[in-house]
Ligand binder design. Structure first.
Ligand code: GDP
Ligand code: MG
Length: 461
């Protein structure tokens, strides 16, 4: 009983999946429900995350009556906005993932696509719990829609042939998951959510299945993932984005998961040129939804409690690395401690993935999280790595790539820099061209592999 009384924090939810499966539209449709619900506990568009307060879940709860009755104990949701898997790989906290639970969106008309598999791999690697939104059910031939309907109610009113098509597509997806060695089932038929992936049919156009999605996640959070969501005093915060804002200079958008941040606090975070130590000048959040039209106006706070998306203004943030963990230091000793810990982070990654004794490719990425994800994929594909870096590709990085192949007779394909989501300076590109170093760039990890694989094939022919 005492267990039930302990306070739970908002779960942090990420949405990921293949492009065009409906990630953005699902979020939009979820936001819109609350416009009708009035202003009590309105959904606020926060920095990097959308906050859905408990009040915004009530409507979904109504729609699930008699199907999925639960008593809400979580105070709401924080859904990370930045769509796609980039955001997901960017989120890093205590070496693990900051996301409590993920929604993997699959287009029911297409089944598992390439980026779905990539997202799936990330989730499994990081042991992040997830549910699958089997989206676009409204595209089933002669589907009869009802706005924001519980999907089981919707299924009951469909004609025989629509049910047939639904089942056929559902089974195809289940089979595709099985090919990945994974069990999956419709959430209401799931015999064990820790062994089977739950599939929740949805439509981001009609809103069908969204109540199911919201309530089923609540249920999982309050049962199997309860421990993780206990409110703790322990400080936990992660940098989502680094942004230049007119009048504020370089700011960072963070998600404060647990604990308290106040103006004047000393914070320690990762920077491209080593750890950054600075003091918080301002803690900002956007105005509540109604006043969002007043562009560029932020609310100032003296202190903020997690979990919450916050913009931090402070000196010296120009070189901050998105995706890194942010620490609050109470004294000089803690500053030293956290600086060491940050330095260790990169060393840990080096030790795990980089082999300096052999030849291999150079890898460069925009964030710690994406660097790690990229290295994990290279490891699985048995492509050796000799050097890593975070940030834009400069001439010195090309030099490093040259050094890593100098002297030895090595495979041509290793005279390569794989650059993920970073810029290449014109000098660096010119220098690379002059010296036979190939630089591959991409915004999506698998595109990087595709072009590299093709190149390797060409080299070996
Ligand atoms: P994202 O790339 O995953 O964020 O996908 P979007 O949310 O941008 O959606 C991609 C396209 O699919 C858009 O044209 C949407 O209108 C459409 N779409 C998304 N969800 C649904 C859905 O549930 N049903 C239908 N019919 N179309 C959808
Ligand atoms: Mg999108």
């Amino acid at each position: 009983k005492k267990d039930m009384q302990q306070k739970l924090r908002c779960p942090i939810i990420c949405i990921l999946g293949h492009v065009d499966t409906g990630k953005t539209l699902i979020l939009d449709k979820l936001r819109r429900t609350n416009v009708q619900a009035g202003e009590a506990g309105g959904i606020t568009q926060q920095i990097g995350a959308t906050y859905f307060p408990e009040a915004a879940l009530k409507e979904h709860q109504e729609k699930c009556k008699g199907r999925l009755d639960i008593e809400l104990q979580i105070p709401g949701y924080q859904i990370i906005d930045t769509p796609g898997h980039e955001s997901f790989t960017n989120l890093r906290s205590r070496g693990s993932n900051l996301c409590d639970i993920a929604i993997l969106v699959v287009d029911i008309m297409h089944g598992l696509e390439k980026q779905t598999l990539e997202s799936l791999q990330l989730l499994l690697n990081k042991k992040t719990p997830f549910v699958v939104a089997l989206n676009k059910i409204d595209r089933i031939y002669e589907w009869k829609s009802k706005e924001y309907n519980n999907v089981r109610d919707s299924l009951e009113v469909q004609e025989h042939h629509a049910i047939g098509e639904f089942k056929e597509r559902l089974n195809k997806t289940i089979l595709e998951f099985a090919e990945q060695g994974l069990n999956s089932a419709l959430y209401w038929e799931n015999p064990n959510p820790q062994e089977y992936i739950s599939l929740i049919p949805t439509s981001a156009i009609t809103g069908e299945g969204l109540p199911d999605l919201m309530m089923y996640i609540s249920q999982l959070c309050q049962t199997v993932h309860r421990e993780k969501l206990r409110e703790k005093e322990e400080f936990e915060c992660s940098v989502l984005e680094v942004k230049v804002i007119e009048g504020l200079g370089t700011t960072i958008d963070v998600i404060l998961v647990n604990g308290l941040l106040s103006v004047g606090d000393t914070i320690v975070l990762s920077g491209f040129n080593g750890p950054i130590v600075t003091n918080i000048r301002a803690l900002l959040t956007p105005q509540p939804m109604r006043e969002m039209r007043v562009k560029g106006e932020y609310m100032h706070h003296q202190s903020i409690h997690g979990s919450m998306g916050i913009k931090i203004s402070a000196n010296g943030l120009e070189n901050a690395i998105a995706g890194s963990e942010l620490f609050r230091a109470a004294n000089e000793e803690e500053v030293i401690h956290y600086k060491e810990q940050i330095a260790d982070d990169l060393v840990d990654i080096m030790d795990k993935y980089v082999d300096k004794t052999s030849s291999g490719v150079c890898v460069q990425a925009s964030t710690l999280g994406s660097l790690e994800a990229l290295l994990e994929f290279l490891k699985q594909m048995k492509i050796p790595v000799t050097a890593i870096n975070i940030g834009p590709v400069h001439k010195k990085d090309v030099l490093k790539a040259m050094k890593s192949i100098a002297g030895d007779i090595v495979e041509k394909e290793y005279a390569t820099i794989l650059a993920f989501d970073v810029k290449v300076t014109p000098e660096a590109q010119q220098f690379a061209d002059d010296n036979g170093i190939k630089i591959f760039t991409a915004q999506i990890i698998y595109h990087l592999f595709d072009s590299f694989e093709e190149y390797v094939k060409k080299c070996r022919d």
